[in-house]
Write a protein of this length. Structure first.
Length: 388
């Protein structure tokens, strides 16, 4: 039995947390015993418990403090952990500093988007990049969730490409199946959604990256032209209240639906006719895959990670977030052309079958198996391939 610690810093329910739930759900219980560690603040802990998985509470401040390694060491020793699998930059920092200090542990680090590179804080960008480059030598295996992340990681020398593999995110396709694609009657009543309403929507946490403010900022002309259109924004986060205020500034706040934090996203996608995803950067978006799997018509930003999922005019439409005119032109086209919406959504649904949690987890388990059986290579032999 191999004991694996799946560790992430945030206690909210985001893409990385959803990824961990899918991974642990599909692990071979005869070979692997998983323990999930994260902050106890937020809804993630409850979701872990609800699914019957083991949970350990740990706080990992974004600014590194070595004293928190003691908490991690206690978890590792009490649970005889063989592999620490970190998800995201903060958890990866603590996991690999732990390996540096305590040594006898295998480390896997999954890069779920390289967020600090998009920070407006120059110090944070430089410091985070320097730390990530240093920690490469204490990483036994890197996983990138997209080719875009692999390219960026290699260019910035934060991954050893000889020890890196791309494993796309996967979801529970049964949970988001076409059979469950009908609108939930309780939710339509709760949010006063009528049969004739056309819903433009998004399911994401509210932060700068996810860019819900773009949808709101470009809504006035749209809502005036189409009186049956409503905008549903599901989720919570740091910019939630700000987005509510921005919706009020349009003069049509009654046309917006803000749900707050949700745990049953599968019931919200079917409410949406056109799924707008204006994200500024991504690893490989789980919410975009979920939208595909529920047969939504998708209009997404043309960032590289999104283009690995969406091919323009094949299984969705793409737009440049720097060009609101193009965005509105494409959105109007989708509203006016139901046949196009149907064609794009059917293709998206079909292609979502490639992104199952079973397929993703099987590939990760293979990496665990290789790592657990191979001879431990001294850290001094680690190399970084500079692809610049």
């Amino acid at each position: 039995m191999v004991n694996v610690l799946e560790i992430i810093d945030g206690g909210f329910i985001g893409g990385g947390q959803t990824h961990i739930l899918s991974l642990v759900n599909c692990l071979d219980e005869k070979k692997y015993k998983a323990l999930i560690a994260a902050s106890g603040k937020g809804g993630f802990r409850n979701e872990v418990k609800k699914n019957g998985f083991n949970f350990a509470e740990i706080e990992l401040p974004k600014f590194y403090r070595s004293k928190y390694l003691r908490d991690l060491d206690k978890i590792v020793k009490e649970n005889s952990i063989d592999i620490i699998h970190s998800h995201g930059g903060v958890a990866g920092m603590y996991a690999r500093f732990y390996k540096k200090k305590y040594g006898n542990i295998k480390t896997v680090h999954t890069i779920h988007g390289i967020h600090y590179l998009n920070s407006g804080n120059l110090f944070r960008r430089y410091f985070s990049l320097m730390i990530e480059q240093y920690l490469v030598q204490y990483t036994d295996k890197f996983i990138c969730v997209s080719e875009a992340d692999l390219k960026t990681a290699a260019e910035n020398r934060i991954a050893d490409t000889s020890k890196t593999t791309v494993i796309n995110n996967g979801i529970d396709l049964k949970k988001f199946s076409e059979e469950k694609g009908q609108r939930n009657n309780e939710l339509t009543k709760k949010y006063d959604i009528k049969e004739e309403d056309l819903i433009i929507g998004n399911v994401s946490r509210f932060d700068f990256q996810k860019n819900q403010r773009f949808i709101i900022a470009n809504s006035v002309e749209l809502l005036k032209k189409y009186p049956n259109v409503k905008i549903l924004l599901a989720g919570n986060g740091g910019l939630f209240e700000q987005c509510i205020e921005s919706a009020k500034d349009t003069g049509m706040p009654e046309r917006f639906i803000f749900t707050g934090e949700i745990t049953n996203a599968e019931d919200y996608y079917p409410l949406i006719d056109i799924y707008v995803f204006p994200s500024l950067w991504e690893g490989l978006s789980i919410s975009l895959i979920e939208a595909m799997a529920t047969g939504r018509c998708i209009l997404a930003s043309d960032i590289e990670a999104n283009k690995e999922l969406i091919t323009d005019r094949s299984n969705g439409l793409l737009f440049n977030t720097d060009d609101p005119v193009e965005y509105l032109k494409r959105l109007h086209e989708l509203i006016d052309n139901k046949n196009l919406r149907t064609e794009l959504s059917e293709k998206a649904l079909k292609e979502s079958l490639e992104y199952s949690e079973e397929k993703m987890s099987g590939k990760i388990m293979n990496e665990y198996s290789i790592l657990n059986t191979q001879y431990s290579i001294p850290n001094t032999q680690y190399t970084i391939l500079n692809t610049k």
